[in-house]
Design a protein around this ligand. Structure first.
Ligand SMILES: [Mg+2]
Length: 336
């Protein structure tokens, strides 16, 4: 850096890491990209700096950082791949890892669910957490609460655009769910990231479905488990306390980490994590299958009898019996 001192500090978030960059007073967007390249190895022309705007548009390289009025230590999310990474993506993978590191919490679930201090924390969130309603809840709709990272989006792989990391059939899934459910997004990151990601994926501007509201890490609470220490979790009680039409009877939550719903284990469905987007994009059908499940259970008055661990085996009763048996017949005749 020059002797003029470092007058802009920018934090680049990329591939799950943060890089703090110091730039001189007269630095431009082009300089920022060069500094980003030095830190991450991603070429300037491959960098996409999300949320960086000048007069409502992505800034040209000659725009001075001073003119953009960046706040001190502004965080910018970057999409972009190193050349080596791009080469790797083109290679055939040697092994396809699908290890989900979620610890087993079964015995601890119930004990924690009822602990008074946690209920007090939930009360506090209900009072203090401000929800920015994007689209008013609709009468008679059930509630679907969705995690983002590894549920809707692979946030660790590198790519040119957010769309490459989007879980397959995301929009189809949301469109179908929207018919019976109001949709809420809940991510363990800050609201800025939640908004940037949902915007990049086109979720907040889709013509055929609407997002009711989004929650971030501030709506979470920390609980202590004897075995694993302090963990941050997403208690649905925060939403239920604010909206009396929703409860365990008509709510379902998807998350790739089971411990996130330790406060309401019966209401959570642990979705398979979507990772290694480049390898799994063509085969992941999880959201298509879950669309069907949501449709089937939407007819129920009460979700509390369901065991979402067995969602793949779920068969709707009576009403759809006919369809089911004809499907079976078709399958059987196809087998012979
Ligand atoms: Mg997740």
């Amino acid at each position: 850096m020059s002797g003029e001192g470092s007058d802009h500090t920018v934090v680049i978030k990329w591939s799950g890491q943060e890089f703090r960059l110091s730039l001189p007073k007269d630095a431009t967007v082009g300089d920022l990209k060069k500094a980003t390249q030095a830190a991450t190895g991603v070429l300037p022309e491959r960098q996409k700096l999300l949320g960086l705007k000048f007069k409502g548009k992505p800034p040209g390289d000659d725009v001075a950082l001073t003119d953009m009025k960046l706040k001190p230590s502004t965080k910018i999310m970057m999409m972009g791949s190193r050349e080596e990474e791009l080469d790797k993506v083109k290679e055939v993978p040697k092994d396809l890892p699908e290890v989900v590191n979620d610890f087993d919490i079964e015995e601890e679930e119930i004990a924690i669910e009822n602990r008074e201090e946690y209920l007090a924390k939930i009360e506090r969130r209900i009072k203090e957490y401000k929800i920015n309603v994007l689209n008013e809840p609709r009468e008679g709709k059930k509630l679907l609460v969705l995690d983002i990272d590894y549920t809707l989006f692979d946030h660790r792989s590198v790519a040119e655009t957010a769309n490459e990391l989007m879980r397959p059939f995301l929009h189809e899934f949301l469109e179908s769910a929207y018919e019976n459910y109001d949709i809420v997004i809940w991510s363990a990151t800050g609201m800025k990231w939640v908004e940037v990601k949902m915007k990049e994926l086109g979720v907040t501007s889709h013509p055929n479905y609407k997002i009711c509201f989004m929650l971030d890490s501030l709506a979470m609470i920390s609980v202590h488990t004897p075995k694993y220490g302090v963990i941050e979790v997403k208690p649905l009680g925060v939403i239920w306390g604010k909206y009396e039409q929703w409860s365990a009877k008509n709510t379902i939550m998807f998350d790739d980490i089971r411990r996130n719903f330790i406060m309401n284990p019966q209401t959570g469905l642990r979705i398979r994590a979507f990772r290694e987007a480049h390898f799994n994009r063509d085969k992941d059908r999880e959201l298509l299958k879950l669309s069907k499940y949501l449709k089937h259970i939407a007819a129920l008055e009460d979700f509390t009898d369901l065991n979402h661990r067995h969602w793949e085996r779920y068969r709707p009763k009576r009403k759809h019996e006919h369809t089911d048996s004809s499907e079976r017949q078709l399958k059987e005749s196809g087998d012979t």
